[in-house]
Write a protein that binds this ligand. Structure first.
Ligand code: ACO
Length: 326
């Protein structure tokens, strides 16, 4: 039986110029230490957007890199889904500004908001449009300037996050309907709004008229992340009828080294099969998975035919996973 699949044909990334180490944060007056941050999170540095660098500018740069890797002109794209928590403006959607910057005047573009799970949500959305034949080639982007939501006087959150963008190009192709097909094999999305208070931003257009700052109960988030991610990873493997040993790569959301290592152990994967960028990028929210995909595909670790599992959890709570045959 022929089924339509959304095949990854290109991936790209962009990081702001300013690389800020943990020691730089201490020098800038944050009451913390390199030792505390590394021990609790695995983070060593992050990139922070400077003047003129925005979610749209980073998303556009990542998209250009993804299109170049795919060998496609921007014109080939008829759908853009951009996952972000930090749009340039409340409206229009940042995706439409990326569309304009790329010179695309057809198709459609919109943002999705699922915080750190945003890229998985965007990928699932694009995959469904492609499989239904409502688009042929989609740009799926995760882009954030999360630093603009940080309270630099709150050391429990400001050391954790960074800025960046990653993008993948998906093209609809026919497959045989088995796990051997190239493309997105499964997507699984979940949310539970009862956990709003564990991780949220204390502002917004309709409540305060301000942008607000990130607030988090770290230990509660940690506990839920490990449990929910375990479940959604099992769900993906079961749905595709594949054993953990069949995985070539785990590319998790990059929030915390301890959460990532716990997931690797759960799947029985050796550390070299787990893509980890949190040391250099920190938590870039919706951008973290496509940034990690771009790095591992760019340096030749992820190759066509490899089976890649992605998973993420974020504010809401939202969480999700996807199995992709590269
Ligand atoms: N530097 C130095 N000390 C700090 C810092 C800091 N940046 N932040 C907190 N501390 C202190 C606290 O004040 C506290 O001191 P006290 O014992 O004197 O009161 C002590 O460190 C321990 O604080 P805890 O909050 O208990 O630290 P914990 O071990 O839980 O680590 C952390 C905090 C890293 C946030 C952890 O809970 C975590 O990783 N949670 C997951 C959260 C996460 O990943 N969020 C990202 C967004 S959601 C997602 O992407 C999945």
């Amino acid at each position: 039986m022929t089924v339509r699949r959304s095949v990854v044909v290109g991936v790209g990334a962009a990081l702001p110029r300013d690389r800020v180490t943990n020691e730089d944060l201490v020098r800038r007056g944050v009451d913390t230490s390199d030792e505390w941050i590394r021990q609790r999170t695995g983070i060593g540095a992050r990139h922070l957007a400077g003047p003129g660098e925005t979610t749209v500018s980073l998303a556009t740069e990542a998209s250009r890199a993804a299109l170049a890797a795919a060998g496609l002109a921007a014109d080939a794209v008829d759908m853009i889904v951009l996952a972000t928590t930090t749009p340039d403006e409340t409206f229009p959607a940042s995706a439409t500004q990326v569309q304009a910057a790329l010179g695309i005047h057809h198709g459609f573009a919109f943002d999705v908001q699922a915080v750190c799970s945003g890229f998985v949500y965007a990928l699932a959305t694009a995959d469904n449009f492609l499989r239904l034949g409502q688009a042929r080639t989609a740009l799926v982007i995760g882009a954030e300037t999360f630093s603009r939501l940080l309270d630099w006087n709150d050391r429990t959150t400001c050391v954790l996050f960074g800025d960046g963008a990653g993008a993948v190009v998906l093209t609809a192709r026919d497959g045989a309907g088995t796990a051997a097909d190239r493309g997105v094999l499964t997507t699984h999305l979940h949310s539970d709004g009862r956990h709003r208070d564990a991780l949220y931003v204390d502002g917004g257009p309709s409540s305060t008229g301000t942008v607000g700052h990130v607030r988090m109960k770290g230990q509660e988030v940690f506990r839920h992340a490990v449990n929910r991610l375990s479940e959604v990873v099992d769900e993906a493997l079961k749905a595709a009828h594949v054993a953990p040993e069949a995985l070539d790569w785990l590319v998790p959301h990059q929030a915390n080294r301890r959460i990532i290592e716990a997931m690797g152990r759960k799947l029985g994967l050796p550390p070299e099969k787990v893509v980890m960028t949190v040391e250099r990028h920190a938590n870039t929210s919706a951008a973290s998975i496509p940034l990690a995909l771009a790095e591992a595909a760019g340096d030749g670790r992820i190759r066509p035919g490899h089976l890649v599992l992605i998973e993420a959890m974020g504010g809401g709570f939202t969480w999700g996973s996807s199995l992709i045959r590269w």
